[in-house]
Design a protein around this ligand. Structure first.
Ligand SMILES: Nc1ncnc2c1ncn2[C@@H]1O[C@H](COP(=O)(O)OP(=O)(O)OP(=O)(O)O)[C@@H](O)[C@H]1O
Ligand SMILES: [Mg+2]
Length: 250
């Protein structure tokens, strides 16, 4: 059986009166592709950020290959470097080229020598088919290309898992396609991923498990077939109907 890479147990994130994440437990095994989806404001980004320890959970545990990251005394910078994160809103340094953006973590966090960092960054850009854009600045690229550089930046660190927070939500449908193709390639290579997405074709094709979240809690989870044929909960049923209608329109 595959090993568990990342898991959370009874995770909560509370902001004042808002409970953004409510008692969520899940585990991602090596090579798994988990797809998290749900309405706007349901806590998906907060959950993703807690899993990557970019936000400290209020309660509960986050465990990365057996190491409890929510214990005190853990070197969080080290742990964060083992989890790739692709942000919902494209987030690149505008004064750096594609290569510069991808190299940055390799140089500053992993402290790799210049040549090795460059080699690894170019390899990551190759994986997302952006090697020809290495010397271009973000302003010279489309949103889809920028997001692929964001994915390359995560890949270059050679993380144990990549968490992608709605990587296509700020893109036009055509640009969405190229990012989804990149994700499909990663899936084929067996990359362990937790993807927040409403791309239902992608979900159906590659997800091992879909997890539907509403009001901070997991409402229903199961294989894509379950959601595409007969979700058990009324909330998931209604949400799926809306998503499928939208996919047909596009
Ligand atoms: N830093 C914060 N401070 C206070 N409240 C927050 C913070 N971050 C998120 N929230 C609240 O937590 C809830 C969940 O937000 P979150 O961004 O996780 O939802 P989401 O499912 O990712 O939404 P979307 O689909 O729009 O990206 C919302 O009510 C939001 O207003
Ligand atoms: Mg979000």
């Amino acid at each position: 059986m595959a090993d568990t890479v990342l898991e959370c147990r009874n995770l909560w994130k509370i902001y004042g009166k808002i409970t953004a994440v409510k008692d969520v437990s899940l585990e991602v095994k090596e090579g798994d592709i988990k797809l998290v989806f749900g309405p706007s404001g349901s806590g998906k980004s907060t959950l993703a950020r807690c899993l990557a320890m970019l936000t400290t959970p209020t309660k509960g545990e986050v465990i990365l290959t057996g190491e409890n990251l929510t214990r005190s005394g853990v070197d969080l910078n080290k742990a964060r470097a083992r989890i790739g994160f692709v942000f919902q809103h494209i987030w690149l340094f505008h004064h750096l080229t594609a290569l510069g953006n991808v190299e940055l973590g390799l140089r500053q966090v992993l402290k790799l020598p210049k040549e090795e960092a460059r080699e690894r960054a170019l390899q990551a850009l190759r994986e997302v088919k952006m090697e020809g854009w290495a010397e271009h600045y973000p302003a010279q690229m489309s949103g889809g290309q920028q997001q692929r550089v964001g994915i390359a930046r995560a890949l270059a660190m050679n993380p144990e898992i990549i968490i992608l927070d709605e990587p296509t939500s700020s893109l036009d449908p055509e640009l969405t396609g190229e990012v989804v193709d990149t994700l499909r390639d990663l899936a084929q290579k067996g990359t362990t991923m937790l993807v927040i997405s409403h791309e239902m074709t992608f979900a159906r094709e590659v997800a091992d498990e879909m997890i539907f979240i509403d009001e901070g809690a997991i409402i229903e989870r199961g294989p894509p077939e379950l959601f595409f044929t007969n979700p058990t909960s009324e909330r998931a049923r209604r949400f799926m109907a809306r998503l499928i209608k939208r996919t047909r329109r596009e």
